[in-house]
Design a binder for this molecule. Structure first.
Ligand SMILES: [Zn+2]
Length: 179
């Protein structure tokens, strides 16, 4: 299991290079398909955002059809994070709740361990959807013209097809907002 933040950034970067293309917006469904994963956008309980499941050797990612496209993209990125980092640790299913990104599996892990995996999967999704090099490249377009982090987050969220909230958090975490 990957524990270091920089390892998550490089794991997501490797996944893009091998199974997708380094252009934004990142096509997460294409990455999943190229990994041989089936993506199912379907009706689910509104409390559920998505899941990752392996059954009879088939890997399936589900995302809730009632959620916005931006939110589904983040969910697929999150499940790809579980696939990359956590699927081989004995769990065959991860179900993610919308509100808490809570984690349920057929084992009896401690709550802390569970929480840590969710943080890692969210970090993976952010790194996959908003790679640092592409963020910096994109930011160059806007820094002369936009003056606030809100304006830039709004523009870049559109460019990367993510929510403004996810983009704002990413801009702050990468500490690249410097105008
Ligand atoms: Zn999760």
């Amino acid at each position: 299991v990957i524990t270091h933040k920089l390892d998550i950034e490089s794991a997501a970067g490797r996944m893009i290079n091998r199974y997708g293309s380094r252009t934004y917006p990142i096509d997460v469904e294409k990455i999943a398909r190229n990994l041989g994963i089936r993506v199912l956008i379907s009706d689910m309980d509104s409390a559920v955002s998505g899941f990752l499941r392996r059954e009879n050797g088939i890997i399936l990612i589900g995302a809730n059809s009632s959620h916005s496209e931006k939110r589904r993209r983040f969910t697929i990125g999150h499940e790809l994070g579980h696939f990359d980092m956590h699927l081989n640790d004995g769990n065959e299913i991860y179900i993610d709740k919308s509100s808490t990104s809570a984690y349920f599996a057929r084992d009896s892990e401690s709550k802390w361990g569970v929480y840590e995996k969710e943080i890692q999967a969210n970090a993976f999704s952010a790194a996959l959807l908003m790679p640092e090099d592409l963020m910096r490249k994109c930011l160059e377009k806007y820094t002369p013209r936009f003056s606030s982090i809100e304006d830039i987050a709004w523009k870049m969220a559109k460019d990367f097809n993510v929510s403004e909230q996810a983009m704002t958090i990413r801009l702050i975490n990468l500490n690249i907002f410097n105008i």
